[in-house]
Design a protein. Structure first.
Length: 331
């Protein structure tokens, strides 16, 4: 007879439970970034719970009212104020953890508060004029690395984390064409083409790259102290956006710009949305479809074109007689 495996002993503390949960994520080949985010969110909840209830949280004692109070606290935060998407991310991490605990038999089933509705808002990408302004700003700086970096964001559409980990061996460069082998979310690889202008800059940049003790893998975008971190990349993009008088523009906006340009193509040059989904590294085409939503410039242009259809100061000669404004009599 087959014997059942012994029941797993319950973790002695919240921290031990978190470690076991993260080990499971590692076994499922989740990315280091994903595991790090789960750890941060679960330990942050523990810190809040201990401060709120004057004792560490435990899987056996956690209640739905605790979760509602935690969500309310997140929503009420002012410094910094959290967006609904950020709160939902924290909620999702705790939900996954508690579901794992329930399956293991460490805790009873518990219902999470519903996710917050995301605030409706237009996605922001660069207009063609703004894109040209940004490229002019970086070209004036004459820093080869930065020129290649900004163009790589706009013309290839990677996530900023993907750029920070891009190595020389990930590039396949010809004289005019090239490909980038990118590792995206969930360690999912994709091979994407690189346009002619970006290939030219990368062909100039790559020979200058050197292997060092701090960068044995030879990252494409290096600083004086080794590979550029995500925060360093953010600062570079923000700096050139400021020079181009485009405050608030981030690397993610450049990624949006890449998708928007492809989605806007018409006729024979129209690009199928599933192709864009692959290029962007989206798990679902639904995420890609979000880029079809109008931006601020689209909305303004629509209102301005409607306003121009009828001159508000002139009477409409085609209007019915009873609706025409009365004409002045000559004296």
């Amino acid at each position: 007879m087959r014997t059942k495996p012994p029941k797993e002993t319950a973790p002695a503390s919240w921290a031990e439970a978190v470690d076991r949960f993260l080990t499971r994520l590692e076994d499922r080949r989740k990315s280091p970034k994903t595991i790090r985010c789960y750890r941060e969110e679960l330990l942050a909840y523990a810190a809040w719970s201990e401060d709120a209830f004057q004792e560490p949280p435990s899987l056996e004692a956690i209640m739905e009212s605790d979760l509602r109070e935690w969500i309310a606290w997140l929503r009420a935060r002012k410094d910094p104020k959290l967006k609904p998407a950020t709160i939902n991310k924290k909620r999702a991490a705790l939900k996954s953890f508690l579901r794992w605990s329930e399956v293991k038999g460490f805790s009873d089933p518990i219902e999470m508060p519903p996710p917050m509705k995301k605030q409706a808002g237009a996605r922001r990408w660069l207009s063609k004029n703004d894109e040209h302004a940004l490229i002019r700003a970086v070209n004036k700086g004459k820093v080869l690395r930065d020129r290649a970096l900004i163009l790589f964001f706009i013309r290839v559409g990677p996530r900023i984390e993907e750029v920070s980990t891009l190595c020389r061996g990930d590039l396949e460069l010809g004289e005019q064409k090239g490909w980038a082998n990118i590792v995206g979310k969930g360690d999912k690889p994709r091979r994407v083409p690189i346009d002619n202008d970006t290939v030219k800059l990368l062909n100039e940049l790559v020979p200058t790259l050197k292997r060092t003790d701090k960068d044995p893998d030879v990252h494409v975008f290096q600083g004086q102290r080794g590979p550029l971190s995500v925060s360093a990349l953010h600062r570079i993009v923000a700096g050139y956006a400021g020079l181009a008088k485009l405050p608030g523009i981030s690397a993610h906006n450049l990624r949006h710009t890449f998708a928007k340009r492809l989605l806007d193509r018409k006729g024979d040059q129209k690009v199928d949305i599933t192709v864009i989904q692959y290029l962007m590294g989206h798990a679902s085409v639904t995420t890609t479809a979000e880029y079809l939503k109008p931006g601020e410039e689209d909305l303004e242009r629509a209102v301005e074109s409607r306003a121009g259809e009828v001159d508000a100061d002139e009477p409409d000669d085609d209007a019915p007689a009873d609706r025409r404004p009365p004409r002045r009599r000559r004296s």
